[in-house]
Design a protein around this ligand. Structure first.
Ligand code: BGC
Length: 285
């Protein structure tokens, strides 16, 4: 006789399917996918078998180049220009995606920027731009994605979840950052938005998680790595002693989008070389 206690409700086993093309048959949208982390995530999702919408707001050429590279890896892709802070543009982008790809399985809420200033000099425009794109943009895109996830539900042959949202946060969702109050506030906001969404939507088998990158070699933080002096200063903050590369984040995004992470719900995956480990305490304290 089995010693396993009877389950109180329906039992769902973790999916066994693990292939190189872990996202085969899935449709993904990556915001801010023309450069940096978004670009790497879009390429990696494409390589893992997903068809990808490459969202961008400036630089059509860069976006088209990402599209071409995804197509050469065997997946479908197209570029869509939309400002994620504008409701009508976001809704237009999702309508277009429904027409062209039929649905959405994976949203990578990545678009983000910095408008740094000492706090007493920070303009309302700098504040609003950062909150508008980094936080409101994630809300607007997540809402449209969730509406489609709820409408369509789970398609077991595609994924064990009805949809996956990956919010691009930052180590600055927990590390305060002087001179960047707008940016840190936006990332702290993403943390609680993501966790609240994850809690609300898990019963619908929608998985919402975040990635919190540390210092990644992209245009947003060029001044932190482009000279040897700056790089050396940066390394005092990174126990693992190297800057992150966009592909470090892209690999985490593929995993969080795939059924390999089926039981991961409402988590923030720090991909930061140990930046959040209080490196100053390695020898002090
Ligand atoms: C910021 C970068 C910064 C990194 C670590 C990121 O979220 O966008 O400018 O280098 O955090 O401080």
């Amino acid at each position: 006789m089995s010693m396993t206690p009877a389950a109180a409700g329906p039992v769902r086993a973790a999916p066994a399917r693990v292939t190189a093309k872990v996202l085969k048959g899935q449709k993904a949208l990556v915001t801010g996918a023309n450069s940096g982390i978004g670009r790497a995530a879009a390429l990696a999702l494409g390589e893992a078998g997903a068809d990808v919408v490459v969202n961008y707001v400036v630089d059509d050429q860069a976006a088209e180049q990402v599209v071409a590279q995804i197509k050469s890896s065997g997946s479908d892709a197209y570029a869509h220009r939309a400002d994620v802070s504008q409701e009508s543009e976001v809704q237009g982008m999702f309508r277009d995606m429904m027409e062209r790809f039929g649905t959405i399985d994976v949203l990578v809420n990545n678009a983000g920027l910095q408008r740094d200033a000492p706090f007493h000099e920070m303009t309302l425009a700098q504040w609003n731009t950062v909150i508008g794109i980094n936080l409101t943009g994630q809300f607007l895109c997540a809402r449209e994605a969730v509406r489609e996830f709820l409408r369509r539900g789970v398609v077991e042959s595609v994924s064990s979840a009805a949809g996956k949202i990956i919010c691009m946060s930052s180590v600055h969702q927990v590390i305060p950052w002087g001179g960047h109050a707008n940016y840190a506030a936006s990332k702290g906001g993403i943390m609680m938005m993501m966790e609240s969404l994850a809690q609300e939507l898990a019963p619908h088998r929608i998985r919402v998680n975040s990635i919190a990158p540390g210092a990644i070699r992209t245009p947003i933080n060029r001044t932190a790595w482009q000279t040897p002096e700056a790089y050396a200063r940066l390394m005092t903050l990174i126990p693992y002693d190297r800057i992150g590369e966009p592909v470090d984040i892209a690999r985490a995004a593929v995993w969080l989008a795939s059924d390999d992470s089926d039981y991961v719900v409402g988590a923030t995956l720090f991909v930061d070389g140990g930046m959040t480990l209080f490196p100053g305490f390695a020898t002090g304290g």
